[in-house]
Design a protein around this ligand. Sequence first.
Ligand SMILES: [Fe+2]
Length: 408
Amino acid sequence: MPDVRKLKPARGWSRRLVLAGLLSLALPALAATHQATPARDDDANAPYKVWDVTPAITMPPLLLDVSASSVVVEWMTDSDADGSVRYGERALDHTAVAEHDGLLDVGTFHRVLIDGLEPGRTYQYQVASRRVVVVKPYWPERGNTVRGETLRFTTLDPAHAVARFAVITDTHEQVSRIHSLLGEVRKTPEDFVAHLGDAVNWAASEQQLKDRFLAPTAADLGGSTPLLYVHGNHEYRGPFARQLGPYLHAQDDRYDYVRDDGPLHLIAVDTGEDKPDDTEVYAGLDDLRDYRREGLARFGQTLAAPRTRTAPFTVILGHQPDWGWTGGNSAKWTKLANAAHVDLFIAGHEHVFKFIKPGERGNDFPILVVGQDQVAWVDADARTLRVRVTGSDGKLVDAFAIARKAKP
Ligand SMILES: [Fe+2]
């Protein structure tokens, strides 16, 4: 077997073909990812070593947490690479990269934030990952670049007259359920899809998260419909739970966030776990009490902002319809929502459809609980918020409308 360190850098296409042949002997794992046609802008005459190996995209682009000016793009490759996205309205004339603290991220999971966008505009984009073979102090060794297909997304527009989105929840690792529900969603153009949590039964590994949630969701959404993710209680559990943030966080590295889409002011909340911190099954490793207290403070600040009063409709997106375990503060969450004249709370967790009328639990607003095999379809204009809930068979489960109310 040749000594890899003695191989010379590839300086031309013909030499790279020779190198690829040697690699098939020396590095079977790398050779397995070889693709015949490298991307055109890979520099064959680079002064550093360039192996003729190309990453394969193993998870197509998933658009996460779209806003009026930004979106996160996530994808995966089968081998270590950097991540960049070329994008623009008329041409791919801008580039955003995955980096932290001045260094390009290197790995198999790629997350790039595109910001500085205009509201309500459609952009084309293309992901790219260039292989990183060895990271050394000087002269790291590179490979070829794989590029995804050119896709399109549209930013949210708070000034738009109408908005529409779909909600699914509690897919609990059932890929067939994801395909079934998102298969329905793909039939209509939605501004985004909200997933209200419990995507996994517990967090086991990156591979599990990819196979059971991210990759099938990305495939179904086609790289064009963004996902808004809401944190479920099951995502708090398991050996990989502490590593979920970089995959699922919103742009500011939190699970609670605010988005405005036409007449809709959307507030995503993290309803945490469903049992107290001192429940024996957690073995003293949970600290939801402090986290939820901080979340309550942010919820209050968010609701106090002028947009809550001026937007035609304020809608809360959360996993547990009773706010989860709050350390005794559940009534405070409801009181804040009541005081802000929230119009609707959409939740999951229960796995069956429920419509909790105003007044049933101290709430002045209706609470819609979306079932596990259901899609909630929300659309709104400046006067009316309409919701339909259908089963995965497309049959109507329930429908209701909420008229805009005066908010002093
Ligand atoms: Fe749940």
